[in-house]
Design a protein. Structure first.
Length: 147
């Protein structure tokens, strides 16, 4: 920074206090998180575990789709390459990017194609949604795959 010494010193002081330390609000929130009631965390963990198992089971039931059980995040990451090059509801996807568009338009379900992560042939599905919506979405994909 170029400027008068007192201006530069004030700017450095301001920058130091606004970006180099943990904000008071974040400190209070962190303290509340570790000292407060954690029952909601337990409920959320149980819900995510249940949803992950449900999604894994349902994806694995779709012929040609293979899926490892989720182990940490709230995603399933199945291999959907068996759905590529096949006619699905009169349309054919050659890549998971094309498959994502096809599934979105035909089944109204969104997923992130594996190309976004350097793994063509795979798809990332989030199970951070309600149980009923999750089951309905995977059911629709299964029906599309069977068409």
């Amino acid at each position: 920074m170029i400027g008068p010494d007192d201006g530069v010193k004030a700017a450095i002081n301001f920058q130091s206090h606004s970006t180099s330390n943990v904000a008071n609000v974040a400190q209070a929130a962190a303290l509340a998180a570790v000292t407060g009631d954690l029952s909601a965390v337990t409920m959320m963990r149980e819900a995510f575990e249940r949803r992950g198992k449900t999604m894994h089971r349902m994806l694995s039931e779709i012929p040609g789709v293979t899926c490892l059980a989720p182990q940490g995040a709230f995603y399933c990451y199945p291999n959907v390459s068996a759905l590529l090059g096949r006619e699905l509801n009169g349309k054919v996807a050659q890549t998971t990017l094309e498959l994502a568009d096809l599934v979105l338009s035909e089944a109204r379900v969104a997923f992130v194609p594996g190309e976004a992560f350097g793994t063509p042939g795979y798809a990332r599905f989030s199970f951070a949604l309600g149980d009923d919506d999750l089951a309905e979405g995977i059911r629709r994909i299964g029906e599309l795959a069977a068409s």
